[in-house]
Design a protein around this ligand. Structure first.
Ligand SMILES: Cc1cc2nc3c(=O)[nH]c(=O)nc-3n(C[C@H](O)[C@H](O)[C@H](O)COP(=O)(O)OP(=O)(O)OC[C@H]3O[C@@H](n4cnc5c(N)ncnc54)[C@H](O)[C@@H]3O)c2cc1C
Ligand code: SF4
Length: 465
């Protein structure tokens, strides 16, 4: 138990996946844990209802780019990153959209849960770029195993995740905790077609349950992974917060920490937080974990100034808040000759990693081609809404058609495929083309596809219609 001199053995700042895992482990060990969370608790049902009732439903990337909101709350003391909370300076806009609620950003994450491959740790030695890591893949392997069990990762054993279509990679001493979900009709069809061109299909390891896992039900394939899985089949940080609380951790929500205090010896002694009524509170602990996401953690350290630490805590290097990295991306749309029916099963699963590793890394970095399985109706939804058509009536007046439409990436959804002549749809795709990218063309520009039944979840067949 906590020494009486302290309020807790451990104070965790931030209730996301990082904070939740640490808090649950330490609480399980019988220690007194307090979690301070800036945002409120959220109820999955309410988030789903808010999203369901939103007239325009956009993918996360588009929602942010097009200035649309999120179904998650924005509180004055923990504003949503979908609004103008993040102020950008400099030439590159950092279009992130982290969440500030109990459970954190994984509520709306894609849940791709990859391991690195051994060569990633030595790109200076192998490719003359960047720096080698001081440790190698083998040093981390056992921790990957532990992390995959904690998060409940679903994946395909024996795949070459270096994308070369070769032997299993990276090496694993433990199988995936859950067997991979079966591919949807669209993914299976595309994988077949694209393999002719030398593209090696890889099924992404991810956080959707393919068997009951803890409190998580099996993924029902209803394609709502972003912004929220309605049934909690996809991992999110609230699951570890529940676990921590079951083991006695105390969570204070709506409690943004605004100052970290250090003693003369440099050890952290206390944190200060505010409540919505603007009252200020101080808590002490033997240990502290700062897990408030890349941006907020740096911000908190930088604003925690004192006479001894005029540039903030833990910032003697002046590197806190610098070197922030994002994953960049471009998007392409393509049309198929026959319907391939996006929108069935998880929003992402099939990826191409041909350019994951190889001598090319001397010249340019690795990249992944992700096939997005979202339904491109949102631009038309927006138009219908602006024209005054709402709800089911709008669906009856102008039913969407999206069978022949596939997305590689998620930025260009303006080319909505509706009940229009195919040439008009093609034209829309071309016009919506992002500079530097474009529809992926094969042969005459369109794939030939044959209808085939959806293979269903593992060891289960889809009930007959
Ligand atoms: C759109 C999107 C998609 C993503 N998809 C993937 C993916 O597919 N695979 C993958 O591996 N990663 C993905 N990520 C990244 C992943 O979600 C994050 O790396 C991960 O959630 C970080 O966990 P965290 O616990 O550090 O932060 P978070 O999960 O963001 O949790 C931090 C918590 O700290 C709280 N907090 C912040 N400031 C304070 C404060 N001052 N006081 C108290 N509490 C505070 C926040 O409210 C929040 O609840 C995605 C991220 C985004 C934005
Ligand atoms: S497909 Fe549906 S059930 Fe499966 S993770 Fe996504 S939202 Fe959840």
């Amino acid at each position: 138990m906590a020494n009486d001199a302290f309020d807790a053995d451990l104070i965790v700042i931030g209730s996301g996946v990082m904070g939740g895992i640490v808090a649950s482990q330490v609480a399980k060990a019988g220690k007194k844990v307090i979690i301070l969370e800036a945002g409120p608790r959220v109820d999955r049902r309410e988030i789903v209802e808010t999203f369901r009732n939103a007239p325009v439903k956009l993918s996360l990337a588009n929602a942010k780019l097009q200035g649309a909101g999120s179904p998650f709350p924005s509180m004055p003391w923990a504003p949503s990153t979908y609004g103008d909370y993040l102020q950008y300076e400099g030439p590159v806009k950092y279009n992130t959209s982290y969440l500030r609620v109990v459970g954190g950003t994984t509520w709306h994450f894609g849940s791709a849960l990859w391991r690195m491959i051994p060569n990633d740790f030595k790109i200076q030695s192998l490719y003359g770029r960047g720096r080698d890591w001081p440790i190698g893949y083998d040093d981390l392997e056992q921790y990957y195993n532990k992390a995959e069990l904690e998060l409940g990762v679903t994946g395909m054993d024996g795949q070459d995740e270096s994308g070369q279509g070769g032997h299993p990679m990276p090496p694993r001493t433990m199988p995936f905790p859950m067997k991979q979900l079966n591919s949807s009709y669209m993914f299976t069809t595309l994988a077949e077609k694209l393999s002719v061109g030398g593209f090696n299909p890889v099924l992404e390891p991810h956080g959707r349950a393919s068997r009951p896992y803890g409190n998580r039900p099996v993924c029902a394939g209803n394609n709502n992974c972003n912004p929220v899985c309605p049934i909690g089949a996809k991992y999110d940080g609230s699951q570890h917060i529940d676990l921590a609380e079951r083991h006695g951790a105390k969570l204070l929500d709506n409690s943004p920490v605004y100052k970290v205090e250090a003693g003369e010896d440099g050890k952290i002694t206390a944190v200060w937080y505010k409540k919505p009524d603007n009252s200020e509170h101080r808590l002490t602990a033997r240990y502290f974990v700062l897990a408030a996401y890349g941006i907020e953690s740096a911000k908190l350290l930088l604003i925690s100034t004192s006479d001894k630490y005029p540039n903030g805590i833990a910032n003697s290097s002046d590197q806190v808040g610098r070197n922030l990295m994002d994953h960049t991306g471009i998007s392409m749309n393509m049309l198929t000759k026959e319907d391939i029916w996006p929108g069935e099963g998880p929003t992402e699963l099939l990826v191409y990693l041909n350019q994951r590793d190889g001598a090319f890394r001397k010249d340019y970095p690795s990249y992944k081609i992700k096939v997005r399985n979202t339904v491109p109706t949102s631009p038309d939804d927006r138009r219908l809404h602006q024209e005054g058509h709402h709800g089911l009536q709008a669906r009856r007046d102008d039913p969407p058609v999206f069978g022949p439409f596939a997305q590689l990436g998620d930025r260009l959804r303006t080319a909505a495929a509706r009940r229009k002549p195919r040439h008009a749809i093609e034209d829309q795709v071309r016009r919506a083309r992002h500079p530097g990218s474009g529809p992926l063309l094969f042969g005459d520009g369109l794939l030939e596809c044959r209808p085939r039944p959806w293979p269903g979840r593992p060891e289960q067949d889809r009930p007959a219609a």
